[in-house]
Write a protein that binds this ligand. Structure first.
Ligand code: TPP
Ligand code: MG
Length: 784
């Protein structure tokens, strides 16, 4: 077996290396010359040999133990190795007719690597079996854990780079073992790849002693196994033995848990693999140590096209694999073939990474109208009581979980905010997963809950990505301000999704869904640190055709938007809504219609032939806008206003990605030429960039929103400080009424003085009493 493994790895290493260097002579049939070398040498060599070593051994273990295994590569820059293995196992030719498993296919694969319009240099969605790009390091482990949730037979082998292991997201993800119930979930087998180096320096883990590493990972709840290529006399037999023990340990733990006999936290195996970076390549070049040094990280012998010393070193190195003994251009050596698992067990061909049936199923959805707050609403009386959007969503999600229980395909991720964010109705049905000891006074904990609560937004996002990319559904609910922590992960996911959506053989997956709550407008008790609506900016600046941000103004709109998000496919959706009770403005039917369109004129607050238009996006901004309209109506009955509610924005414009408001429709809402005041939930700039594309006279639009003016103050004062409150808005309408000659300059001045005095009085009142006056807190809409 050692012989077969060595041959397989030699072939994989050779196939990895030629992708980086060669544009011809792929089988080294002639003596290597400068003509055969690509003009631009782009790629990462150093990590590849360790990946190939691991992949070969995993293949052996898959065959020996009939494993259902998925491979997640942390250092995605090791893509030449992934592609080499996909070629060797035949998956690449199965998915790409242009890459047959022949000399011609090999030439195509190598020639197109890191080539303009060819293959990218990093793991990517065009490669079968890949669920992580790995360009931005740190997310492999959490993604792997996400993939094994509710996949009891799946083992995910996750190769973590030792540089990657220094990242915050990886550091926290080790702890997900505390949430994985072996009775109902699969297992992650982490393989920490200590090749000792990052780009130009040593890694922390690489320089830790075996004893320190064993203590660290034992403390984290693992059973660490060290495989050290430097010291083992027969590293293959050691790796085989360790993998066999790991598989046995995983199966034993799962077996006793599934029999109901697991009485203490399971101790999952993990492997610490020490290999030299750039293993089996060029030991030294021009007096510089290459193999087993950081210098092997990217391209080695990088001057091979122009410098004969480099070319000679490259030739000697590539010849050292004796690839011609392993592949005749048609067939691989039988020993290599013996390490290729049967088709449906190949890591590149796992159906778990494909999306679509059988692993993806649409969610069964309760009817949101059954949860609505205003079924009995009288349309003449738009306010039908106060409801918390998040409480309604909690109840809806609870029943969605119940309905989909047989499929075990819906999860909620939260940084211990399910209560704080008021969606705890889910605990009437489910619990939080927690494997470590429970105390009698703990609440809502069990080994097998649908909710994972860990105070690491990174880990939660990684879990959700892994879960969704393997065909299931979920959402991450976060305080609005702290969603920013994962903004970059969302960007990376969006990049993956953009490409994946265009890959024909990738099946359907669910959308990646977020709810951002405990929003900045009601963080007056926590203050400035908790006031940050910036997460949506990144989302809206990116892919226009599949990103949506919803701003439901009430609980019914929130239910309708949430139902749409959870039913949608292959999108990124963010809903921003408040958790405290707020007025209900829309019936369930109106809410469904508004969400479908993304934008709506609300008749109860609108006049025909308006002098001006008020618009808003967000719950508090909407309440303030409607309060302003009601003030202006009472002060200037002859002044006509229209109210437009924007409940969704997408990267492409107003509305959602299915129903964008087109340029010619814009005037149906905002008129041709009337002044428009927009009250926005987030930073004003965020919506201004969307309005720009609608053209026309920008000077008639004024946008208010969060101006980074926050503090520990009252709720209404937060809005005053940012000029989104009813008084400031009303004063703007008075000025427009004067300009349009509905009122005299004198009357405009009088009104302005009255409302400036109100603002001063409010300030004095809150300084004296510590809270907003009752006329603000108990305000209700008055129809005329
Ligand atoms: C989050 C992040 N920071 C920095 C980089 C730049 N970078 C690319 S590769 C690399 C070193 C990776 O080291 P390691 O994880 O040990 O990978 P390997 O040695 O296997 O190549 C760094 C810092 C990155 N890709 N992602
Ligand atoms: Mg490394």
């Amino acid at each position: 077996m050692q012989e077969a493994l060595s041959k397989y790895i030699r072939a994989a290493d050779y196939l990895s290396a030629i992708q980086i260097y060669l544009q011809g002579n792929f089988l080294l049939e002639e003596s290597l010359s400068a003509d055969h070398i690509k003009t631009r040498l782009l790629g990462h060599w150093g990590t590849c040999p360790g990946i190939n070593f691991t992949y070969a051994h995993l293949n052996r273990a898959i065959i020996a133990h009939d494993l259902e295994m998925l491979f997640v590569l942390g250092p995605g820059h090791g893509f030449p190795a992934i592609q080499a293995n996909l070629f060797l196992e035949g998956t690449l030719s199965q998915y790409y007719k242009t890459i047959p498993r022949t000399k011609a296919g090999m030439a195509y694969m190598a020639g197109q690597f890191s080539w303009p319009y060819g293959f990218p240099s990093h793991s990517n969605p065009e490669a079968p079996g890949v669920i992580l790009e790995g360009g931005e390091l740190g997310y492999a482990l959490a993604t792997s854990f996400g993939a094994v949730l509710d996949n009891p037979n799946l083992v995910v082998a996750c190769l973590v780079g030792d540089g990657e292991a220094e990242t915050g997201p990886t550091a926290t993800a080790w702890h997900v073992n505390k949430f994985i119930d072996p009775a109902t979930n699969g297992a992650v087998l982490p393989i920490l790849h200590l090749n000792g180096y990052k780009i130009s320096g040593p890694t922390i883990y690489g320089r830790m002693s075996d004893e320190e590493l064993v203590q660290l990972f034992t403390g984290y709840g693992y059973e660490p196994h060290i495989v050290d290529a430097y010291t083992e006399s027969d590293v293959h037999s050691r790796m085989m033995q360790v993998l066999d023990e790991a598989v046995a340990a995983i199966r034993f733990t799962q077996h006793i848990a599934r029999e109901g006999n697991l009485h203490k936290p399971p101790r999952w195996p993990m492997i610490i693999l020490r290999t030299p970076k750039g293993w089996h390549s060029i030991p030294e070049l021009e007096g510089k140590r290459i193999e087993d040094n950081h210098t092997s990280h990217q391209v080695i012998a990088e001057l091979a096209k122009t410098n004969s010393t480099h070319l000679d070193a490259l030739r000697t190195w590539l010849q050292s694999y004796r690839f011609e003994e392993l592949f005749d251009g048609e067939q691989f050596d039988p020993d290599i073939e013996s390490l290729v698992p049967r088709s449906d067990r190949r890591m590149g061909n796992t159906p778990h990474a494909l999306g679509g049936a059988p692993h993806y199923q649409k969610l069964l959805m309760p009817d949101p109208a059954h949860y609505s707050a205003s079924n009995t609403c009288n349309l003449d009386d738009p306010i039908c009581g106060m409801e918390s959007s998040m409480e309604k969503i909690g109840a809806y999600l609870r029943d969605m979980m119940k309905l989909n229980a047989p499929h075990r395909n819906l999860r909620l991720m939260s940084p211990d905010e399910t209560y704080s964010n008021k969606i705890h109705a889910v605990f009437e049905y489910t619990t939080r997963s927690f494997l470590w000891p429970h105390q009698p006074w703990d609440k809502d904990l069990s080994r097998d809950g649908r909710v994972i609560e860990m105070l690491s937004e990174h880990t939660l996002q990684g879990l959700l990505q892994g879960y969704v990319l393997t065909g299931r559904h979920g959402l991450l609910v976060s305080y609005e301000a702290f969603a920013q922590i994962v903004a970059s992960m969302t960007d990376q996911y969006a990049k993956f999704l953009k490409i994946a959506r265009g890959v024909s053989w990738r099946g359907t997956i669910a959308s990646l869904n977020y709810i951002l709550t405990s929003t900045g407008w009601r963080q007056e008790h926590n203050g400035f640190s908790h006031q940050n609506p910036g997460f949506i900016d990144g989302v809206l600046q990116r892919q226009s055709d599949f990103t949506n941000v919803y701003f439901p103004a009430d609980a019914n709109l929130a239910l309708a938007a949430f139902a749409r998000m959870m039913q949608s496919e292959q999108e990124i959706n963010v809903m921003v809504c408040e958790k405290r009770p707020l007025p209900i403005w829309r019936t369930a039917i109106e809410a469904a219609r508004d969400v479908e369109k993304g934008i709506a004129i609300w008749d109860f607050a609108s006049d025909d032939d308006p002098h001006m238009v008020f618009a808003s996006a967000g719950d508090y901004p909407t309440q303030e806008t409607l309060a302003a309209i009601s003030i202006v109506r009472s002060e200037i009955p002859a002044f006509r206003m229209r109210y437009v509610n924007i409940n969704a924005l997408s990267g492409g414009g107003l509305g959602n990605s299915e129903h964008l408001i087109l340029r010619h429709e814009f005037e149906d809402y905002f008129t041709e030429d009337k002044p428009v005041r927009i009250n926005f939930h987030g930073y004003p700039q965020t919506i201004k960039q969307i309005l720009f594309d609608y053209g026309g006279d920008a000077s008639r639009f004024v946008v208010h929103g969060y101006e980074e003016s926050g503090s520990t103050t009252t709720a209404f004062d937060m809005m005053v400080r940012n000029h989104v409150d009813r008084y400031h808005l009303a004063m703007e309408a008075f000025a427009i009424a004067e300009r349009t000659r509905v009122i005299s300059a004198q009357e405009a001045k009088r009104l302005k003085d009255v409302y400036e005095a109100k603002l001063r009085d409010h300030r004095d009142y809150i300084i004296a009493h510590g809270d907003d006056p009752i006329e603000i807190t108990n305000w209700t809409w008055q129809s005329r």
